[in-house]
Write a protein that binds this ligand. Structure first.
Ligand code: AMP
Length: 555
């Protein structure tokens, strides 16, 4: 039996609580700036004061330990205040996915038992429409009110800034058990209704330290350190903006919050505030590169971690050509989310550019404390040969314990004591992981697997392809066949045809990168590719568009 250190007076029993992330920046960088668009600019001392005031104001509205407070906002300094004040009170921060359909937003608010809502005025009309479906909500606080906004709920209208102006800053934050729930949100992209996950103070704290270890320690490549200027480009409602606002705060760096993502504004903030570290999904990076203003913005030295979907080599090349230091990372909502990040070695940089680009796009190496395995259906490890595919399963101290009130889905998620990502991956001798596909997106044709991600990457390398998605469609003879959906670049919209793209793929067949049967017979040209609520290609919807699969409500 292990020996516990439990004699009174001998143990340091300080719990791992989010509040302690503020200590170091307040001691070492109290005057460092936090910026919200061109609307607000203040320092970490003011952040601390406003966190205290927010907690006082919420307590006055009746919020106590264990209650849920939901936030509907674009990325802002106020959202950052909520990231701290709400969990620090022992209450639960619910981050509302703003891109869900209205009925799903109502469902998620109701399921999370939110009592107070903090709402940007863009969502006031929506909330007014949903009012009857939200009987548990007692108060709504307008974050950035328009003078014409009425209260979306019955009774008095509360404004965030007015509440803070009169509130006392000395809220008495108590210490409590580190296993207390700090945040909750709903996963997207799965079938059926959104499912809730929760994260505790302990999980968020360990995740913060592990991400810091993963990003601040590598000798080469991908880094986020003191001296950087941080701006998120993954929404704060999506898995705590990948947890990076917590890391940025612990580092005490300058933080820039851009509001709703508009390329013009993101690029202007990058330039004006000297942003040096951001993170986003590939769609946002593409959107930035395509924006007319990007041609006249100096993007050199901007470090961007790309995750949430595979970073294709063509996109990486385009970003690098503009001087963006781009790298892949991987994770999912259920994993808080960080699991792996790619890294360069000194050798990569010394060799040719192509090897370096490949390395930058790899899913990468596990973050500190991550126990990562690629297994077959019997949970046996596949060979570390960089070729054999299996499911990526993980353990780490910060992974969600399961889906709230859903024991069946939880048991599936944690089958065999490991969290099942439902991602198909390979691992090589050096332990470098590469996601090949999602379990449900992988295409099985004639009994062989084809990676839809690989086909997307190869098609994306054709100069006239703007955007591309590949899905498997049922086929009587082969089981499934790949179908490619392509958005041509504007200048070549009438010139690009399927035969050209098949010829383009034939070169990769010849060089042995893909088998002949991977080349799709069907290639469709479209104006846009449907995206999920967090900007990823919506393959469910795409299958429906292509005449396969059952329509589901958009997510
Ligand atoms: P979400 O829970 O919405 O964040 O989605 C997580 C899923 O996105 C993962 O299970 C993967 O399928 C996919 N994903 C995230 N990062 C990557 C990456 N670097 N490469 C490929 N797929 C990724």
């Amino acid at each position: 039996m292990v020996r516990m250190l439990n004699e009174p007076g001998t143990q340091n029993s300080e719990p791992l609580l989010i509040a302690s992330l503020l200590r170091t920046p307040l001691a070492t960088a109290p005057h460092q700036q936090i910026v919200y668009r061109d609307v607000a600019r203040y320092d970490y001392l003011t952040l601390k004061t406003r966190i205290g005031k927010l907690a006082r104001a919420l307590a006055d509205l009746g919020i106590a330990e264990g209650d849920t407070v939901a936030v509907m906002d674009w990325d802002s300094h106020r959202y950052l205040e909520c990231y701290f004040a709400i969990p620090m009170m022992g209450a639960v921060l619910m981050t509302v996915n703003l891109r869900l359909a209205p009925a799903q937003i109502a469902y998620t608010l109701q399921q999370s038992k939110a009592r107070v809502l903090l709402v940007h005025h863009d969502f006031v009309p929506l909330l007014r429409a949903l009012r009857a479906q939200l009987p548990l909500v007692t108060h709504a606080v307008l974050l950035e009110p328009d003078t014409t906004d009425e209260c979306p709920f019955h009774g008095e209208r509360f404004d965030y800034e007015t509440l803070l102006a009169v509130a006392d800053a000395d809220f008495d934050f108590k210490e409590f058990d580190e296993r207390a729930v700090a945040t909750t949100f709903f996963t997207t992209g799965t079938t059926g209704l959104p499912k809730a996950v929760c994260f505790t103070h302990r999980q968020i704290m360990i995740h913060t330290l592990a991400v810091l270890g993963a990003l601040a320690s590598p000798q080469h490549g991908q880094s986020f350190r003191q001296g950087d200027v941080y701006m998120p480009m993954t929404p704060m409602f999506h898995v705590h903006a990948w947890g990076l606002p917590y890391v940025a705060t612990l580092l005490g760096v300058k933080q820039v919050y851009p509001g709703r993502y508009e390329p013009t504004r993101l690029l202007a903030l990058r330039e004006r505030e000297g942003v040096s570290y951001s993170h986003c999904v590939p769609t946002i990076l593409q959107m930035l590169l395509d924006a007319p203003e990007s041609a006249t913005t100096d993007l050199r030295g901007w470090k961007i971690t790309v995750g949430g979907a595979a970073l294709g080599e063509s996109l990486a090349r385009a970003a690098l050509a503009r001087g963006i230091d781009v790298f892949a990372a991987y994770g999912m909502s259920e994993t808080c989310p960080f699991l792996t990040a790619t890294r360069l070695t000194g050798d990569d940089q010394a060799t040719d550019g192509a090897a370096e680009i490949t390395r930058r796009c790899r899913t990468g190496l596990p973050a500190p404390l991550v126990d990562l395995r690629i297994v077959d259906a019997e949970m046996q490890d596949v060979p570390h040969d960089g070729e054999t595919m299996g499911e990526l399963v993980v353990r780490a101290p910060w992974l969600t314990g399961g889906y709230v009130d859903d024991p069946i889905a939880t048991a599936e998620l944690w089958q065999g004591g490991y969290l099942h990502t439902r991602d198909i991956a390979t691992i090589d001798e050096q332990g470098v992981v590469q996601i090949r596909d999602r379990l449900k997106d992988v295409i099985k044709t004639g009994g062989e697997w084809i990676s839809s991600l690989l086909l997307e990457d190869l098609l994306g390398r054709h100069a006239d392809v703007g955007e591309v998605a590949v899905v498997g469609i049922a086929d009587e003879r082969w089981g499934e066949r790949p179908v490619a959906v392509v958005v041509p670049r504007a200048a070549t919209v009438n010139l690009l045809d399927a035969e050209t793209l098949r010829l383009h793929l034939a070169a990769f067949v010849q060089s042995g990168q893909i088998p002949k049967y991977a080349v799709p017979e069907r290639i469709e040209f479209v104006e846009t590719i449907p995206k999920t609520s967090v900007g990823k290609i919506d393959k469910k919807h795409l299958r429906v568009m292509l005449g396969a699969g059952v329509p589901e409500p958009p997510n």
